[in-house]
Design a binder for this molecule. Sequence first.
Ligand code: 4AD
Ligand code: MG
Length: 430
Amino acid sequence: MNACLIRDFIKHAGETVTIRGWVANRRSSGKVSFLIIRDGSGTCQAIAEREAMGDLYEEIRRLPLESSVTVTGQVVEEPRSPGGYELHATGLTILQKSEEFPIGKKEHGPDFLLGIRHLWLRSPRQIAIMRVRDALVRYVREFFHRNGFTLIDTPIFTTTVGEDSSNLFSVDYFDLGKTYLSQTGQLYLEAAIFGLGKVYCLGPTFRAERSKTRRHLTEFWMVEGEMAFFEHRDNLELQENFVSFIVQNTVRECADELRKLERDIEPLKRVEPPFHRVSYDEAIEILRKNGSDIEWGSDLGGDDETIITNLYDKPVFIECYPKKVKAFYMKQHPERPELVMCADLLAPEGYGEIIGGSQREDDPEILLKAILDNGLDPERYGWYFDLRKYGSVPHSGFGLGIERTLSWICGLKHVRETIPFPRMLYRAYP
Ligand code: 4AD
Ligand code: MG
């Protein structure tokens, strides 16, 4: 029999339909049971009365949560019901009577829940987050598609260090020795701009960072754009349009989910170009005025970013960091060689860095020096130097972390809930 989706009840008011799903909640008395059924498309209340159910009623009345069932009944309009409809059951089949579900009404700690992530993914909050993630990624792709970018799928096994050698996962690769799990697709995107102009990648990214913070995963998804004939300023303009597009569309489409997550969306509605721009020099001054003892020349830490973003009502770019705290490929500042033409984009409300981007170094001599200064092996960069030999042009790009952006949009304290199966310093199961 064809099952009806709860989402489609609106088309079946008054009809008798069959739904299949799981018992998400249940309230029973001697005469009537109210079952909340979840079917993957939505949830509804099914009303099962002893009179209609007969002998089965005693079993329904005690049906454990998460049991799988099919329910046949009449779709009845009920404005007080969450979806506007309820199902008056005339028949019910138990597909599998669940064992006692480990997640109940009481508060559970994050370690317990992460250990049963495969079951936790069924809770309403996790379902809402996964739906927002789906919309976010869809609008990310949509932005690039609308703006003339071509998707380039970059490799996961790499022999060229993409960012820095301090946080690589290495893998034995047959007779070729070690390869690394990719830290970025950027270097390969740079190769692709010569044929395609504007390109992007979206895929898993690996960082063996021993950081146990609310912003770090060892495996996360990054979307990166790379554009020929783009200088630093063009890069920032594209990024602010990109971030505004994905935030506005996701917030509009996911109003119900964000309400479920109790996210106040007013601050997100203000995410419109232009974003604030603050130089690294100014950022250090601001931080020192606000009680930080950061010295010029250090990278900004998570706490520093929180201080800065709390001062602004929109995302803020921090531009032109010292060369020594940033990756080797960033273009040296034309007047101040100790700086690079880069920007990090910090999300407001204390969220901090969601984008790292820069114009790329196109002078082979400066690039070679930067590779050596970073303790990297120039032999492995032959192909990357070729890109500076055959029709080199100014180019720029950026990378946005999907999980950090999602935790900002959803108003979550930690990135661990933004990815179906988080990989962290102390967690690789389930
Ligand atoms: O600033 P990052 O390291 O920049 C790059 O990888 C460049 N190659 C991007 C480019 O120019 N094409 O990383 C970019 C973003 C960060 O701003 C952050 O949002 C996210 O990736 N990110 C992480 N997210 C979760 N866990 C981690 N350990 C992350 N490391 C970076
Ligand atoms: Mg960064």
